[in-house]
Design a protein around this ligand. Sequence first.
Ligand code: NDP
Ligand code: 8X3
Length: 260
Amino acid sequence: MTTRISQSIAMITGATSGIGKACAGRFAREGYDLIITGRRKDRLEEIREQLEYSFPIKVKPLSFDVRDRLSLESLMASLEEDWKRISVLVNNAGLALRLDPVQEGDPADWDTMIDTNVKGLLYLSREVSRLMIRHGRGHIIHIGSIAGREVYPSGNVYCATKHAVDALTRAMRIDLLPYGIRVTQIAPGAVETEFSEVRFGGDKDRARKVYEGYKPLSGADVAEAVYWVTTLPEHANVNDLLIMPMAQASATIFHKNKRP
Ligand code: NDP
Ligand code: 8X3
């Protein structure tokens, strides 16, 4: 049976948590139907229930690992035609693992970061940009990072993946230019999500310290920027947007005192 859906569909990767989950809520508020992705099926299902209960929209959860190209391709191919009319893709799924100088780094962590943040983004962009070309419209938004502008001590491979996201944003903008597909990068500074907990292998205390003494961005702050770039007139595009907490001046310079 084909589900009847509206014309505006946003596909958001890494929607089970943090920035991606906030983006799902933000686009839902505007009446977008959503394809939400992530590996954690139970969370996707909860988010689907909650958003469909709160807003008059349809939500399709697609659970896959962005590193698994074959599953990703087959899931995308199996989407009903109506769901293939994706107008906004937010390439958000990503992670950092540990903070180690390169000589002490674990190549398995490097593989995970490169495969997720760079190759996963590419695999999905390839599939979705083809659909957007077929439908003659679209907007691809990459979640980059201040780590894609600067490097910081022991950030080596994570920073390299976000520099790659920056390069791919610019390269894809050129490739997709003839098709009227907008390509934007939103590059946040510190955002309080599960990011640091993941980076520090589940160490909640160490993760909490990253955000102590200042007010970090929230997922909702970033989602606001993501949604805003989609609202500009069709002839205008935000190529790149760096969004930081007021208390952060660069990757490593923070003004820390008591959290308001
Ligand atoms: P979270 O850890 O809260 O969310 C990360 C999301 O990515 C989860 O939904 C997770 O879903 C998904 N994900 C991770 N690996 C995979 C995978 N292999 N396959 C599919 N989905 C995956 O962190 P954030 O919300 O902070 O991170 C979102 C993006 O923002 C990342 O790209 C990150 O690099 C970037 N960023 C974060 C900043 C921050 O300070 N927090 C600052 C700048 C950029 P699941 O585990 O269910 O698969
Ligand atoms: C996440 C922010 O500064 O930890 O991209 O790299 S940072």
